[in-house]
Design a protein around this ligand. Structure first.
Ligand SMILES: CC(C)(COP(=O)(O)OP(=O)(O)OC[C@H]1O[C@@H](n2cnc3c(N)ncnc32)[C@H](O)[C@@H]1OP(=O)(O)O)[C@@H](O)C(=O)NCCC(=O)NCCS
Length: 155
């Protein structure tokens, strides 16, 4: 059965951030310092992001199965910067991240937004290139987090 993509509701938040954290631990934490892992934990599990989301200042989409269990999450902060994209390990390579991004691109385009940015994890660099993102710089290391800044033009 095709999974459904929809905007997250506040009731989905804890499940979505748990998915982000669990997936981060497998694919990203091994590349980061202790400080970087703690910073990410505080980011997804803290109150600040949840409050931003509940106030409408943070956009998030999820991929849900027929029982409304989340399998992928995409989070975008102001000015159309992707700050979270995680798909559960057992669901990789089924097009879920691509579909999540397509939903965000459609909304961005409808608002006349020309460009989205992301700081890609080392693991996801090939994925973002395949989608059409271009590197803005070489890999950087900030607060214990390794990332490659990228952007994609929508028009
Ligand atoms: C990166 C990630 C979000 C991709 O999710 P996904 O749902 O498996 O991606 P898709 O199925 O839409 O992938 C589409 C295509 O991108 C490419 N691709 C996917 N993951 C890739 C990877 N890790 N490296 C290189 N190319 C990749 C493949 O060509 C894939 O097509 P294929 O499966 O037919 O070969 C997922 O692997 C993930 O959650 N990774 C861990 C967390 C992470 O690094 N997130 C990014 C934070 S910035």
């Amino acid at each position: 059965m095709e999974r459904m993509i929809r905007k997250l509701k506040i009731r989905d938040w804890d499940m979505a951030m748990q998915l982000a954290w669990d997936t981060f631990l497998v694919y990203e934490a091994p590349e980061y310092s202790k400080e970087g892992v703690k910073n990410f934990h505080d980011f997804v599990k803290g109150e600040e992001l949840r409050n931003m989301f509940s106030l409408g200042d943070y956009m998030a989409w999820g991929s849900f199965d027929e029982n409304d269990v989340i399998g992928g999450v995409l989070g975008i902060r102001k000015h159309w910067h992707i700050s979270l994209l995680f798909v559960e390990s057992s669901l990789h390579h089924q097009g879920i991240a691509t579909r999540l991004l397509r939903n965000a691109f459609a909304q961005a385009k409808s608002e006349g937004v020309r460009e989205l940015t992301v700081n890609s994890s080392p693991y996801a660099v090939g994925f973002y290139h395949r989608i059409g993102f271009k590197d803005l710089d070489h890999e950087r290391l900030t607060d214990g987090i390794r990332y490659t800044p990228m952007s994609i033009e929508l028009f």
